[in-house]
Ligand binder design. Sequence first.
Ligand code: NAD
Ligand code: TDX
Length: 339
Amino acid sequence: MKVIVTGGAGFIGGNFIHYYLAAHPDDRVVCIDKLTYAGNLSTLAPVMENENFRFVKLDICDREGVFALFEEEKPDVVINFAAESHVDRSIENPEIFLRTNIIGTEVMMDACRRFGNIRYHQVSTDEVYGDLPLDRPDLFFTEETPIHTSSPYSSSKAGADLLVLAYHRTYGLPVTISRCSNNYGPYHFPEKLIPLMIANALADKPLPVYGKGINVRDWLYVEDHCKAIDLIIRKGRIGEVYNVGGHNEMRNIDIVKLICKELGKPESLITYVTDRKGHDMRYAIDPAKIHNELGWLPETTFADGIKKTIQWYLDNKEWWQEIISGEYRNYYEKMYGNR
Ligand code: NAD
Ligand code: TDX
């Protein structure tokens, strides 16, 4: 099988490529990535020499370039991870989110239509459902929960999801969508909560917790997400949405305290800063559908996953230190300087 993976130089796409090439050594993977600030070729260094892997620097909005690549590679499956993915950046500058996340999805699906009705999978997010109240722990996002977005990021992802379902209904494109909860693990860009707190704690820098730190996220080890996507592209029902999550809800402040404990750093580093605008309170996935239909269950507990993740950041300092020494410094100063 030949698979085109977009956004493979990013966090989840990169982990997916590592997982996929090991799990399916006879398949070919072609990665398309524009290498934005979030894309790092060093993430793909371990597979660059693999003869079943090819990297192509390409914008998913570049219709001509994408069509030429499809003509050349003739993929069987396309998995679209490429996106602008950081909520805080979407609040500062929504436009690029609409371009990449919506137009890019359209271009990738047009290429699938043009070159033989190719199987298409969209990597989406639980954020399209908006948020749940903290005082209703009985409520969860199911695939039937209405789309109700909060940020420009989640709105752009929701727009893309609607377009994917429209391409199925209108053109008969064989699509699936996965909507996953918050991922964590190796190669996670240090602008996101867990790697940011690890990097700051190791440097004895303040740990900026938004608001009161009581917002809840449902955390899943990235490899479990990769396995879910692999199952969906093989066994998922066409035209369906699958929620992916492991019933692992945690408050931000408890995660930050856990990171302090694991690294032997004092909680006095924790600094409460101005809240995120429109900050979603709680995400919580009901994964019953993917479990019942495809037999998926998460394999890594949070206790193990967070230990493995922290160890990875300790063992791979050059990967993230290179990132935080570059353009990221300006971003950090702008977002956190006077917060
Ligand atoms: P990321 O920001 O780490 O990586 C995104 C990658 O896409 C980068 O390599 C970047 O260079 C590339 N990219 C961006 N714009 C592009 C364009 N126009 N053309 C080609 N490549 C482009 O993101 P991530 O956290 O790995 O997220 C991957 C996908 O999973 C996204 O679609 C995101 O919405 C979704 N998702 C993420 C999470 C999470 O917790 N991180 C949870 C659920 C869903
Ligand atoms: O410095 C911080 N301080 C803080 O308190 C940062 C960066 C975050 N937070 C809070 C905000 C959120 O409540 O931590 C929580 C997690 O924040 P992020 O890591 O930015 O993730 P989130 O906004 O939940 O979105 C993530 O999960 C869903 C991904 O970035 C999305 O791409 C995915 O769709």
